[in-house]
Design a protein around this ligand. Structure first.
Ligand code: NAI
Length: 341
């Protein structure tokens, strides 16, 4: 029965090479139309995709109950990301919409970016380059530290965290792990030890986060437990901004408890990217407060921020598109894969 239905597929926020790639690979006799739209930022934009039964967006395409109520034909939402905290899964279920993600496109990609941030902090790469661009070759305040022998605390040992373990082992670091599920064979192979979150925070020279963002992990690092950190430690976050309470992070950086932070993600990064929209939109005092803290963070010399770019390698993007195309084809064939709700 399902196969007789013709599907219209809408892609949101693709680059032009991605559009060509998709058109080339996503041929299916049950698809009657494939269309591309920019990211839908205003609620009124959603009428553009009202006819579509399949929609694919990235993390900048938020979907909540209000959006679903405007899309009566939507059956399948295929996010081109691993994380799906930008989609209200409970509302999707209520509207009978299946949601899929791309679970395994970039374990190495995000882990490599994690080390790019860590090495940049450890070897003061950003100030070094800024200085030499100005023909200044002084070494003042550019002394870094070795990774070899340092303790790295890895929070979340799923696909990305496990790859961070492999890289950390290559750098001859001491490895502490925290996860609700323990990957014993990984720990054994790389001489790593699972400890409690408290122990990890108090014993690590460097902490890196690789858990998903949800109600349970909201502010996993917060004003209460950030005090446990080793004085002068570093934190890296390539997962989601909301895992760290920004206010607590700022305080720890000001007090020197944290010597630095490497962040690919910021709490309320959606707002910071589209600040101009705040002129038309109501944002809660709490969100505006976090935004202010983000702006202060960006100015710190010992904080380096990349614009949620950890996923962004050529190889990873192709893998994302391949899996998204498979997700859509499988859904149409009545055998949905990578479903998260
Ligand atoms: P994964 O699902 O393979 O691993 C997540 C791990 O976190 C699992 O081992 C799970 O047991 C653990 N976990 C879940 N809840 C926990 C809790 N409350 N306490 C302790 N551990 C918990 O996910 P993967 O592929 O490693 O990705 C991790 C996150 O990285 C994604 O959820 C996403 O937010 C982020 N990400 C960021 C990207 C970027 O461009 N910056 C790109 C891709 C993913």
């Amino acid at each position: 029965m399902r196969n007789k239905m013709k599907y219209q597929v809408a892609f949101l926020g693709c680059e032009s090479w991605e559009e060509d790639y998709i058109l080339n690979k996503l041929s299916d006799k049950n698809i009657s139309k494939i269309s591309f739209f920019p990211v839908l930022s205003k609620i009124s934009d959603f009428k553009k995709i009202i006819d579509f039964s399949i929609v694919s967006g990235f993390i900048n395409s938020t979907f909540n109950e209000k959006h679903f109520s405007l899309l009566p034909n939507l059956k399948f939402l295929s996010t081109r990301s691993t994380g799906y905290d930008h989609i209200d899964l409970i509302a999707a279920k209520k509207y009978g919409i299946k949601v899929s993600n791309v679970p395994l496109y970039g374990a190495n990609t995000v882990a490599e970016h994690t080390f790019a941030l860590l090495l940049a902090l450890a070897r003061k790469i950003y100030p070094s380059i800024t200085r030499t661009k100005q023909s200044n070759f002084s070494l003042d305040n550019l002394r870094g530290f070795d990774l070899k022998g340092k303790s790295i605390g890895i929070i979340g040992t799923g696909s990305i965290g496990a790859h961070v373990v492999r890289l950390a082992h290559g750098f001859q670091m001491k490895i502490l792990l925290y996860d609700i599920y323990k990957n014993r064979s990984l720990a054994k192979k790389y001489q790593a030890n699972y400890v409690s979150l408290r122990q990890l925070l108090s014993r690590s020279d460097i902490i890196t986060l690789h858990v998903p963002y949800n109600k349970k992990t909201h502010h996993l690092i917060n004003q209460a437990n950030i005090k446990l950190l080793k004085p002068g430690s570093y934190i890296i976050n390539t997962s989601r901004g909301g895992l760290i309470e920004t206010k607590a992070l700022l305080k720890a950086l000001v007090s020197g408890q944290l010597a630095g932070a490497g962040l690919d993600v910021l709490e309320e990064e959606g707002l910071i990217k589209e600040e101009i929209q705040l002129l038309d939109r109501q944002a809660s005092r709490e969100k505006l407060n976090t935004l202010l803290h983000d702006h202060i963070l960006l100015k710190f010399d010992n904080v380096i921020v990349t614009p949620h770019n950890a996923f962004n390698s050529e190889e990873a993007l192709r893998r994302i598109l391949d899996t998204t195309i498979e997700n859509i084809k499988s859904f149409i064939a009545g055998r949905p894969i990578n479903i998260v709700n």
